[in-house]
Ligand binder design. Structure first.
Ligand code: GAL
Length: 724
């Protein structure tokens, strides 16, 4: 570790620099089981170094630590207008200023408490720094929701009867973290903006996940009791109807028993799993398997896992202690033999979260004991990470990438190739979750299951194609993309647009991996500070009012960026127009060509056939034909390079084999695409050769995934005919 000097503040918090822009402090004697140990990835040291060496972002003496009777508290100062983001997958708000967040894993985050499928004790502020509490225990973070007596003036007490300035949450000048009794490791990430701090957090975690190309295609999950023939028939329906699809997901019915599960194929529905997976593969489909953690007495794994399991069961099944190597080995061997070796591509890791907030309770209790000595609170907080790690390793050992779904996650998850989902279904909350996930190294899918009507269907589908995982989850409803004939053409068009965008999406994920930049990101992560935003057009978002639940519309938690160039502003059922905040510069409607001056709020209209998406002037979007499935390693597809507007531009197009881990050994390339004015003032363009490394860490490739290049310069909208 590159420890450079110690810093001592008056409350005895010692910050050691462990990488440029990253500091560490330990309070108390934290347990050895913590999220970063479970994720177990090496920080991207080189990429962290390339980001520069900023100073410690706060006066160190301003950070206070306290070891009082009620526990260990760490306190960070807040400016009056400072905003606080992060805390994992949050559904109810984006700026958490003024809120107390109780960060416990829970599958029904219906109340605004902070509990969530993926609560992450990581906050980042628009001052440009972030803090992670690396612990297996539940953490409470008061994001400017507490006021100490010593900070209170007599005149702060207002008369609610007559004084309109009275607020339910008085302004507080502190973020207070309540640490577990044993203490915890704190990691602090600096930056000139919130984005830089998030990038350092992601790079320190190991860099963002790079999915295989097929993971960025369309996904469909079939009804839970489908048999092999029904699955094949449904898959072929996609080909017949000209709907691209790369992954078919099987739900609980593939197991011989489920709830609890066996991880063994149902002999009745899948008599020959190996040939089923092979036939799917021949038609260009990957198979993804649903599972959950609780092991049925009918499973061959039950007896060997029983002595390695917790003291409480869930639905009659074992809750194994996967902090133990022997337990992991049993699970992994069985999965390897029965799924991975026959070609299964990945998993959907369900119900590793537990629930208490709806009408039912299911999960082992916090006081459950596990053979390793850990308790139920720790196991529940880390179960999602443990399953992601174990399953990702199954593929890693075979040199293959995976991409899958998970319902619980936590700190340091950026490198894990998993996307979160939920049984909740509010479309607006789903978009907000997409924004919020980007602050904490998480990916989220606003999956589509069913709809109130054709309009709701189209609006949800339009959102999901602009997300980390474009999926219809028909496990319970039996829906198909073509379920609403009135909008079948609209849905086909957008699924095909997703396929066309694959070279761009894949390159943006590569930046997540190599530079820590989230591919889908909330507006506060567009690289500008609040002060710059204010200069850009007077969009001053009042933090204090937002904290009181006022001025919610000013948070812009219903629009987001895909890469640096596309801004997506979904419409929701019942709407045909909305306000959009466009950052400074000129923007074009991606499919309309309408020109907008940014740095302000614009009003846009769009009928059911269109989702408002904007593209920056000078942007270069690499695209490909709308193939029925993603290109395989060794295949070559034509490249459509679309440049927008009247400004020169540059883009780094990423390429590798799309499926293996060879990129970790330098077998990848960033190809430089440039659109520039020649001496006569006319636009010209070039792309660097696939054998020519551009970045220093890439080595170039012998084979290019892209064949002939079609240039489309100075466009104001996509130059392709609309699919119907
Ligand atoms: C739920 C999950 C759904 C579906 C279902 C199958 O827990 O969120 O997406 O998989 O289980 O029983």
């Amino acid at each position: 570790m590159n420890v450079e000097g110690h810093r001592l503040n008056k409350e005895q918090l010692l910050w050691s620099k462990i990488a440029p822009g990253v500091w560490r402090a330990v309070i108390g004697s934290p347990a050895g089981l913590h999220p970063l140990a479970v994720v177990n990835e090496r920080p991207q040291w080189e990429a962290l170094r390339r980001m520069g060496d900023p100073p410690f972002p706060l006066p160190e003496s301003a950070i206070e630590a306290e070891n009082g009777a009620a526990g260990k508290i760490v306190r960070f100062p807040l400016h009056e207008q400072e905003k606080v983001y992060g805390m994992g997958l949050q559904f109810m708000r984006m700026n958490q200023r003024g809120r107390t967040r109780y960060l416990r894993v829970n599958s029904d985050p219906k109340q605004d408490t902070g509990e969530s499928h993926a609560p992450v004790p990581f906050f980042v502020t628009d001052r440009g720094y972030g803090v992670l509490v690396n612990t297996s225990r539940i953490v409470t973070i008061h994001c400017g929701s507490t006021v100490r007596l010593q900070d209170t003036r007599k005149e702060d007490a207002l008369d609610r009867n007559t004084d309109r300035r009275w607020r339910a949450t008085p302004l507080s000048a502190w973020i207070e973290i309540v640490l577990p009794a044993e203490g915890a490791e704190l990691l602090l990430f600096a930056g000139h903006s919130a984005l830089e701090a998030v990038r350092r957090y992601n790079l320190y975690s190991g860099g963002g996940a790079l999915p295989p190309r097929w993971g960025l295609g369309f996904w469909h999950r079939v009804p839970k009791l489908f048999n092999a023939q029904e699955v094949l028939d449904e898959a072929m329906e996609f080909r017949k109807r000209d709907f691209p699809c790369d992954v078919i997901g099987l739900e609980p019915g593939w197991h011989s028993r489920s709830y609890p599960v066996t991880y063994e194929w149902s002999a009745e529905r899948f008599p020959d799993p190996a040939s089923f997976v092979k036939r799917m593969e021949e038609q260009g489909f990957r198979v993804n398997l649903w599972e959950h953690p609780y092991v049925s007495p009918e499973s061959g794994l039950y007896e060997p896992l029983r002595p390695l399991s917790g003291s409480y069961t869930v639905w009659g099944g074992l809750a194994p202690d996967y902090s133990l190597r022997e337990a992991r080995a049993l699970y992994e061997r069985q999965h390897e033999r029965e799924h991975v070796e026959i070609g299964v591509s990945g998993y959907k890791l369900d119900e590793c979260d537990g629930s208490e907030l709806t009408g039912h309770s299911w999960m082992f209790p916090a006081h459950a004991q596990f053979p390793s000595g850990h308790d139920g609170e720790q196991m529940r907080q880390l179960y999602g990470l443990m399953f992601q790690r174990m399953t990702a390793d199954l593929f890693r050992r075979r040199g293959r990438r995976t991409y899958g779904l998970v319902r619980a996650s936590g700190a340091g998850a950026a490198p894990l190739p998993y996307v979160l989902y939920s049984d909740l279904y509010d479309h607006r909350q789903f978009v907000r979750a997409l924004c919020n996930a980007s602050f904490s190294g998480l990916l989220w899918t606003p999956e589509v299951r069913r709809a109130k009507d054709a309009e709701d269907w189209a609006r949800r589908m339009q959102t999901v194609v602009f997300s980390p995982l474009a999926m219809l989850n028909a496990w319970g409803d039996g829906t198909k993309p073509w379920s609403y004939p009135e909008v079948e053409g609209v849905i086909r068009h957008y699924i095909k647009l997703r396929m066309r965008l694959m070279p761009y999406l894949y390159s943006e994920f590569a930046r997540y991996h190599f530079e820590g930049i989230p591919p889908f990101r909330a507006m506060p992560l567009v690289d500008r500070t609040a002060a710059q935003a204010a200069k850009e057009g007077g969009v001053v978002e009042n933090t204090t009012d937002a904290a009181y639940g006022k001025a919610r519309q000013k948070e812009w938690d219903d629009q987001y960026m895909v890469g640096d160039s596309l801004l997506v502003a979904p419409l929701f059922a019942g709407e045909t127009e909305r306000d959009v905040y466009l950052p400074a510069g000129v923007w074009y409607g991606l499919e309309t060509g309408e020109r907008f001056e940014g740095g302000t709020i614009v009003r846009v209209e769009a009928g059911i056939e269109r989702i408002p998406v904007f593209v920056r002037e000078g942007a270069i979007i690499p695209m490909m034909p709308a193939l029925p499935r993603a290109p395989r390693p060794g295949e070559t597809v034509p490249l459509d390079i679309v440049h927008f507007g009247n400004a020169p531009g540059e883009y780094l197009l990423y390429d590798d084999d799309g499926e293996t881990l060879a990129y970790e050994r330098g077998e990848y390339v960033f190809r430089k695409i440039e659109v520039f004015r020649d001496e006569g003032g006319k636009f010209s363009a070039r792309i660097s050769d696939v054998r020519e490394p551009q970045q220093g860490t890439d080595r170039g490739l012998a084979h290019s995934s892209y064949g002939p290049v079609n240039w489309h310069l100075c466009q104001t909208c996509l130059p392709f005919p609309k699919e119907s």
